[in-house]
Design a protein around this ligand. Structure first.
Ligand code: CA
Ligand code: CA
Length: 348
């Protein structure tokens, strides 16, 4: 009988050890995988719970805004909707929210939509005095025309004034205004001298085309010539992007936005206008326009309102280890249910 080779016995032993080691590695790998799966499943469940919680904020906001509409025609900061929803603890989490009036801000899309002639607009110019030679009459007509012209709303002027109030360099203001106009308008005619159409963007290292439609979110400004993150952060509390032309609600607008209504509204006048809102806000635009501090200052009536249709709802929820932030834009047209027209994760 051949004597077993010691070397062969050694190899057999190593093989056994190797099989045991492999077995252990596989077992550990399986266990780890199982742990990962458990974690992942927990994350998915918690994420779903956090999403459901934050979605509930929308229902709260819609209900509150619909109730508000039944209470009266004006919207101001002493109303229920304007108070934030303080954090509500739920099992394993919490939820909180806040409604903001988007018509307290300048609507960037006002540069896109044509200004609608309304009841408050001055009547079209009909000069039936042509041929009259009396210089005093001509001058009176001229003054009247001047006054009527000053009442016509020019969104681009308001935007430029807002940028000025926010401390943006005066040589950048025309570029920012005209490139926004070019970005949204349907044509390819570049506003001179500050605008930019496809020809400019197609020449960039990463080429792209202009939108040719109204903005959906203020953040889209980042694609446009002249805008960057720092500028966006500076202006974003004061601007919005809505699907139609909108007026500024003088009952909710901050100082900076009130100042954008006329270059003659300085910080003191704006503070007075805010103080004079009182507890109930201005009842109608005439009451606002008749304020003593606005004597001699013309504000286009179409630029202002005392009630709002568009609101922003910001929600935040926490469930387990997960958090969610969500923004929703609510449209609440007169006597119709409030509905969500835009929703996204993160910050508006
Ligand atoms: Ca209201
Ligand atoms: Ca264009």
């Amino acid at each position: 009988m051949p004597v077993p080779d010691l070397r062969q016995r050694g190899i057999a032993l190593i093989t056994v050890l190797l099989v045991i080691a492999l077995g252990t590695v596989i077992a550990v790998a399986l266990l780890t995988r199982q742990q990962y799966d458990i974690h992942r499943t927990r994350n998915i469940l918690e994420s779903d719970q956090a999403s459901l919680l934050v979605r509930g904020i929308e229902d709260w906001a819609q209900e509150l805004l619909e109730k508000d509409m039944k209470k009266g025609k004006t919207d101001h900061l002493e109303e229920d909707w304007a108070s934030p929803l303080n954090p509500i603890e739920v099992e394993n989490g919490l939820v909180e929210g806040q409604i903001r009036d988007l018509q307290a801000r300048f609507n960037l899309n006002n540069l896109y939509f044509p200004v609608k002639p309304s009841k408050t607009s001055p009547p079209p110019q009909t000069d039936n005095r042509q041929g009259i030679q009396d210089p005093t009459v001509t001058s009176a007509t001229g003054d009247l025309q001047q006054a009527q012209k000053a009442k016509i709303y020019h969104p681009e002027k308001q935007f430029q004034r807002l940028l000025e109030v926010l401390g943006i360099d005066s040589d950048k203001i025309q570029i920012l205004t005209q490139s926004l106009q070019d970005w949204t308008d349907k044509d390819q005619d570049t506003h001179y001298p500050g605008g930019a159409e496809d020809a400019y963007y197609m020449d960039l290292t990463l080429p792209y085309r202009t939108g040719g439609i109204p903005l959906r979110l203020p953040g889209e400004l980042l694609s446009i010539q002249g805008y960057d993150q720092a500028l966006l952060e500076k202006i974003s509390p004061y601007v919005t992007a809505l699907p139609e032309i909108t007026a500024v609600n003088v009952n909710t607008a901050p100082k900076e936005v009130l100042m954008s209504l006329s270059e003659r509204i300085d910080p003191n006048i704006a503070s007075e206008l805010i103080e004079n809102r009182g507890e109930k806000g201005y009842t109608n635009i005439q009451q606002f326009l008749q304020q003593k501090s606005l004597a001699g200052i013309t504000i286009p009536p179409d630029a202002i309102t005392v009630s709002s249709q568009y609101f922003l709802v910001e929600g935040h929820s926490k469930f387990g280890n997960l958090q969610k932030r969500q923004y929703s834009v609510i449209s609440r047209p007169n006597n119709k249910p409030a509905r969500i027209i835009l929703r996204g994760e993160g910050v508006y």
